[in-house]
Write a protein that binds this ligand. Structure first.
Ligand SMILES: [Zn+2]
Ligand SMILES: [Zn+2]
Length: 328
């Protein structure tokens, strides 16, 4: 573990050294107290960086046909590239200067340890690990974590391969998250069939107007899984994309949600209710892939969005029973 922050060092779960301020606290005998209670000055900061790199998904032990079948266009020789965007999240206490870390130090470390190696590189050959495991988004995020964890108090590595696909990695062995962003356009009307027009207008305002209105909905689906040691993947992305397309995008796109989606005949299609329904539609088919659903975020407009987390199978069964009971 390298030490480099000196006076701007942090105190936390993976603290490396003590700042002069903390040392004086030890002298005053209060460090133990600070370590047991979460400091009110704890703060997470983010630093963005970017690099452009190429990669190829190809396993030599597979035939050309098998590689093509498994990785599609990503198997093509000699490879293809992305403009990667990296967000490094770090947590720590504020120092005497009001900072968690000095950002010019952070910038230098990210450059020395990550971007100077990866920018304008062929990822498969950039780091020795990628001889054994493919440089997928989730796997590159994991390797970046490994390069930075000895230097920075990182709590999350988020790596965008492009604006509609990104990975999150939090240092939990082979566990990683992958988010796919997609969209559909649909109309809706916010009004309960059990209430009068006046009552609905009172609650939902303009959204209760009788003939509805529409949105270009953006949907972010996050899955969680274990990175495969050889393919570097938590799931077959094509399979996951198909589940999202078939369960949500195809049935929802260009519909009037209240009339075309049976669930919304009774349930008012607010962004929150749509997100819950999408989660319920995705949970089961996602289990057929090697990953599991983690979170659904529905962005209705730049001004509002709703997020719901996946339920465990016990929670899902309890919720279903509750709904069945409510209908009796
Ligand atoms: Zn790629
Ligand atoms: Zn609306």
């Amino acid at each position: 573990m390298a030490k480099f922050f000196g006076a701007n060092d942090y105190m936390g779960g993976n603290s490396l050294t003590r700042s002069p301020q903390q040392t004086s606290m030890v002298e005053r005998g209060i460090l133990i107290k600070l370590n047991t209670a979460r400091s009110p000055m704890k703060c997470v900061i983010n630093r963005r960086a970017q690099f452009s790199a190429s990669h190829r998904y190809w396993l030599p032990e597979l035939s050309e046909a098998e590689n093509n079948l498994r990785f599609g266009a990503c198997a093509r020789s000699p490879g293809h590239g992305h403009n990667y965007v990296l967000f490094v999240a770090m947590e720590g206490d504020l120092d005497d200067y009001g900072m968690v870390l000095n950002l010019s130090d952070v910038k230098r470390v990210i450059k020395d340890e990550v971007t100077s190696h990866l920018d304008f590189s062929f990822l498969n050959e950039a780091w020795p690990e990628f001889e054994q495991t493919l440089p997928t988004t989730e796997n590159v995020a994991r390797m970046i974590w490994q390069r930075l964890e000895g230097h920075l108090p990182i709590v999350n590595i988020q790596l965008f391969e492009h604006p509609e696909l990104w990975a999150d990695y939090q240092g939990n062995d082979m566990e990683a998250y992958l988010t796919i962003k997609t969209h559909f356009s649909a109309a809706h009307r916010l009004a309960s069939p059990k209430l009068s027009f006046e009552e609905n207008s009172e609650i939902y305002g303009k959204c209760a107007r009788p003939n509805g209105h529409g949105h270009n909905y953006h949907l972010e689906v996050t899955i969680k899984g274990q990175i495969d040691e050889r393919t570097g993947m938590i799931a077959d992305l094509v399979e996951v994309q198909n589940v999202i397309d078939q369960s949500v995008v195809e049935p929802f796109d260009h519909t009037f949600l209240n009339k075309d989606i049976p669930y919304f005949a009774e349930v008012v299609p607010t962004a929150e209710n749509i997100a819950v329904h999408i989660r319920d539609l995705l949970s089961e088919p996602m289990r057929a892939t090697s990953a599991e659903l983690h979170k659904v975020k529905l962005i209705e407009s730049p001004n509002n969005s709703a997020e719901v987390y996946a339920l465990s199978s016990t929670q899902a069964a309890a919720e279903q029973a509750e709904r069945a009971l409510a209908q009796v």
